[in-house]
Design a protein around this ligand. Sequence first.
Ligand code: ZN
Ligand code: ZN
Length: 915
Amino acid sequence: MGKKEISTLFSSDPDKYYRVSLFDRLGFKRNKCISCEKFFWSLIDKNICPDHEAYNFIGNPPTNKRLDYIGAWKEIEKYFQSNGHSIVRRYPVVCRWREDLYFTIASIVDFQRIMNNKVIFELPSNPLVVPQMCLRFNDVENVGVSGRHYTSFCMIGQTCNADAPGGYWKDHCIDLDFGLLTNVLGIKPEEITFVEDIWMGAGAFGSSLEYFVRGLELGNAVFTEFEGDENNYRIMKNKIIDMGAGLERLSWITMGTPTSYDCSFGPVIKYLENAIEVQKDEKFLSNYFKLVSSKFNNIEDDSSDKIKKLKKTISQEMRIPFEHLEKIVSPYEAIYTIADHTRTLLFAISDGSLPSNVGGGYNLRILLRRVLSIIERFKWNIKIEDLIDTHVEYLKDMYPELEENKQEVYTILKIESDRYASTRQRMNDIASTIRKNNKQLTVDDLIRLYESDGITPDFLKEINVITDIPSNFYVKLSELHNINQKSLYSPSIEGLDGLPPTRLLYYEDSSIREFYAQIIKIKENYVILDQTSFYPRGGGQEPDKGNIGDVKVLEVIKQGDIVLHRVENLSSLSEGLRVKCRVDEVRRDSITKHHTSTHILNSSSRTTLGSWVWQNSAFKDVNYGRLDITHHSALNKEEVERIEKTANEIVMKNLDVNIKEYERGESEQKFSFRIYQGGVVPSNKVRIVKISEFDIEACGGTHVNRTGELGLIKILKSERIQDGVVRLEFVAGQAAIDYIKNQDRNISFITQSLGSSKEKLTHSFKKHLDESEKLKTKIKILLRKTSPILAKSISTNSKQISSNGVKLFTTYDEELDEEFHITIGEKSINLDPFLIYISLISKGEGEGIRVIVFVGETARKYGFNAGKIAKIFSISLGGSGGGDSKFGQGGGRFKNRIEEVLNSSERYVSETLKR
Ligand SMILES: [Zn+2]
Ligand SMILES: [Zn+2]
């Protein structure tokens, strides 16, 4: 059974699935749409469902109040509060609690956790309402154009667990929503239509009632009551009400502005209108967007120019030339797009996401580049910073937290804008090549251009390389980037069913290094104990090693609740045996210190660099640790030093490392989603590792008791490993001391070799550097002075290989370098124009062979070409080469062919002469 069958099933029993008490009380009648056959409920007789209605509220709103965005929220908040709902603050738009999503795409996502591939609903209170900002990137090309599409929008989430205290079900939900429309907004009951629908999510589904006023869908009340899929489902123990209503639409229905953008961005639209100096023709825009709305719903066109086609139809209906219409409408589409995109960037960057080329970050980069392109295309004088400021100022009553990270949003947008400006020249070059070749670009071409060179279709449109942006470009690009990030390799051992969970001693008392345990199962080379203090591989932490009995433990993994120890051999081990086990103390100690250090470095990076720093991944081994953080640029020396300094201050403060288990919901509310640095925790109990107030993370790893135990954290290296990710490699504890000792030893060696002392090391080193420079100069002079003599001797010692005087000199050299042979070779052919000079140079173990060729002027006239010779020889040596007729060079790696190549040179020369 698919979605359609479920829908048919529900609609075949409307009394069970859709008839709510309100319908009976007020006399709502059930109708069937003659156009799309959907069922819907209304007070007045209708045979067409609201999907086919034009937006007749534009210019004529059906409400008794005019509420802008914030005003509408204030009314909604008051209404639901007075009806027993808790108002919950919005969750981050960057979805840290679900591995399958980058961004929060709906209000219900806030309360969904995934465990064992099953969706669990966790509500912080019951019932509740949340003004959840949601990010979606599948309609980018419609934003600013349709009057109602956004990349970020506020979904008012009215949510409750129907079966828990405070919960309610369909009847009360629809009563409340109906009350909001009629009592709060003053909409007449006859204006409201409820359409029957179904909703299917991950592992759960149910019936839903969408409510419409004058063609505009205002909300959708989903009654999630079945779990499983359409073929195998049962009624949920805790049914969920999930009503979502777009705040942008609720405000719009009361304002009746031409688009929902006009009433949703407050002073931002005003700011943009001033900047563009357009005289607004409200009536024209109202008429235009009313026509857009009625046609947009029913577009069944996937072609790339569907929007253009739609506009052409409208221009005919409005009896106005298409170009004229474009001239009026396009600046508005542009400012609406800018308003939407900058608001999305504000929320996403505020919540810790970075524009980049990977993961969800690519969406943000695209949005910013679109904004910059548009501003450039229209040559407007608009500052992105001003826009951000105006957004924050307007939204701060509703989202006060936006003020906190405003500065950081500026910083990131500035860096990204500069980056864009600096790549523009290259983009221009590529674009002019495309134009010259007059190539018709497909969507795949455009995707390639974006992926490899960062060229957006908006840019190509701006400079007239393409006329339209294919409407499926962004969808295709999204699909490309939405592939799930994480898939960890772990061997899967069969036949563990029925075994009891292993008792985890390392959590009970992390100091246990020796313990007795019983072998309860042996599978392949894996030993399963009733209890263990061996920490298994996981969360970037390398496993413990040690002994079980007298056998070495090579690897420890965890599968479900069971810890498996891979051992060197099974000679003395058998099932049922009670054995003494020992964890390698030094190894565990070192790994533990590196683990706690990643927590400290993560937070010290964030306080040093900015709030966008999150742990991207981490690795904790015996000899060193590695932490990858999200950051926009490579780190300079000072930044690394500051991170290290802050980290060591925490070490020296000897702070308490506190570990405690919390209920998941409680820990999220108490410590925020920052706890998920190492990713999502797939259980309802969360182990919180708290280093005073400095760093709080959910983590299952092993940790020291106090930061002082780390002794020292030393960053060895920082490296930008991909766009938006910087890697720090570091050592701590004994590994740090060993590292310093080793450095010291190196310095001692150098001072001794220089015959200096540690105090005078830099001075002595500089002196030696100077001397070495002087020697180099001397060699050059020597070479210059002796080269005429060498050249002469080369000329006389070369072999004449033909009657017309062409001579060949070949040599293989393991001592002198390229520079020498280039100088001598050139001298020699200048002295003797009949000469061909070929030199193969090898500089020792592991290095390849260089090929240097010079051909004298007369020899060139006989058809010899240095570049060609270099190429042929290099290929024979397994490499490549080239050059011009006088000088050629190249190289290869097959040293065993040197003799063969040299021997063949004479034959080659005579053959060329014959030709
Ligand atoms: Zn219909
Ligand atoms: Zn950790």
